[in-house]
Ligand binder design. Structure first.
Ligand code: NDP
Length: 293
């Protein structure tokens, strides 16, 4: 792609495409840095802005973004669920998890919502040649990230997904929502005291927020002796090497960090916005640079 000249575009057109990240809070969210890196290195004429939008201001903010013809953007907490009602069309993933993290403006001016969190997680496993089809996967947590991951695991025909959460009702509601979509067995396990990871599990995903910004915090789990390999993944991306991943490694697991998921969910959005695939290594470096600030 030809290098983008912002001044030339301003004076002669066409003006750059505009993208947004909205949530509350948004300070500390590194997405803009990662996306701007991608746009720059792809020579893509896009500008990306991060803006705090409160719950009360979500509706007018979205009408404003529509009026200004923003080409798309990202949605983060607390708007991932409430944003659905303002969109014209939803992807299968967004419909199934009832949450959107990526918005794309179509050529007819309508807005399409997708959820790339779970797909980004699956891609981080694919990048390591770790298949999920026909596997038994335990998910610790049943919030937004866990729901998005469970959805994609079902769509990817995992054999069994076990949901484990301290608030069991949230696990039950995900299991109910995803039941019957594919042949995947959905089960809910109790989490009382220390949770013992089943010895026949192939993959365990730490999808709670425990450990985020807290290098000394870890979910209360034990890794019983086993005679088959276990892959341990964490969705927490800061710190990258969480205590859960350290303990998993000590228990002999292959580990997958949350930074890969973060990069891949971003790539899936950028592909929809630009039609091209950005450089994932550089995006990962950009995130690590942001976390170092
Ligand atoms: P939610 O608030 O929706 O869910 C939080 C989950 O963590 C719930 O299951 C909650 O359990 C559980 N939890 C919180 N504290 C504890 C605790 N002390 N002990 C046990 N469980 C606990 O958050 P999200 O699902 O949106 O986010 C979860 C994590 O995933 C965050 O760290 C976020 O940064 C990360 N994330 C990473 C992404 C990536 O690309 N790598 C993408 C999206 C999110 P309960 O229901 O009982 O409260």
């Amino acid at each position: 792609m030809e290098a983008y000249n912002a001044l030339h575009a301003l004076m002669k057109g066409p003006l750059p495409s505009l993208f947004f990240c909205i949530g509350d809070p948004v300070v500390g969210n590194p997405t803009q840095h990662m996306v701007e890196y991608a746009f720059r290195t792809m020579g893509f004429p896009g500008r990306y802005l991060t803006s705090r939008v409160t719950k009360e201001e979500l509706a007018p903010a979205l009408w404003g973004l529509r009026a200004l013809a923003f080409a798309g953007g990202n949605v983060t907490a607390p708007h991932k669920q409430t944003v659905l009602q303002y969109l014209d069309e939803l992807s299968e993933s967004a419909l199934l998890c009832k949450a959107v993290n990526t918005i794309v403006r179509r050529s007819d001016g309508t807005y399409y919502g997708d959820n790339t969190d779970g797909k980004g997680f699956l891609q981080s496993l694919k990048d390591r040649n770790l298949p999920v089809k026909d596997k038994k996967i335990v998910i610790l947590g049943s919030g937004g990230a866990a729901s998005a991951i469970a959805t994609e695991l079902v769509l990817a025909k995992a054999k069994e997904v076990v949901l484990v959460n301290r608030t069991e009702d949230r696990s039950r509601s995900i299991a109910k929502r995803l039941a019957g979509i594919r042949a995947t067995i959905l089960t809910v396990d109790r989490w009382e005291g220390s949770y013992s990871i089943p010895s026949d599990a192939d993959i365990v995903v730490q999808a709670t927020s425990v450990g985020l910004f807290s290098p000394a915090a870890c979910v209360d789990v034990t890794f019983p002796k086993r005679n088959k390999p276990l892959i341990a993944c964490d969705v927490v991306f800061n710190p990258v090497q969480t205590l859960f991943l350290q303990r998993s490694e000590e228990a002999g697991c292959t580990t997958v960090d949350g930074l890969g998921m973060l990069v891949n969910q971003g790539i899936l959005g950028i592909e929809q916005w630009t039609g091209n695939t950005p450089d994932s290594e550089g995006m990962r470096d950009a995130l690590e640079e942001a976390f170092g600030v």
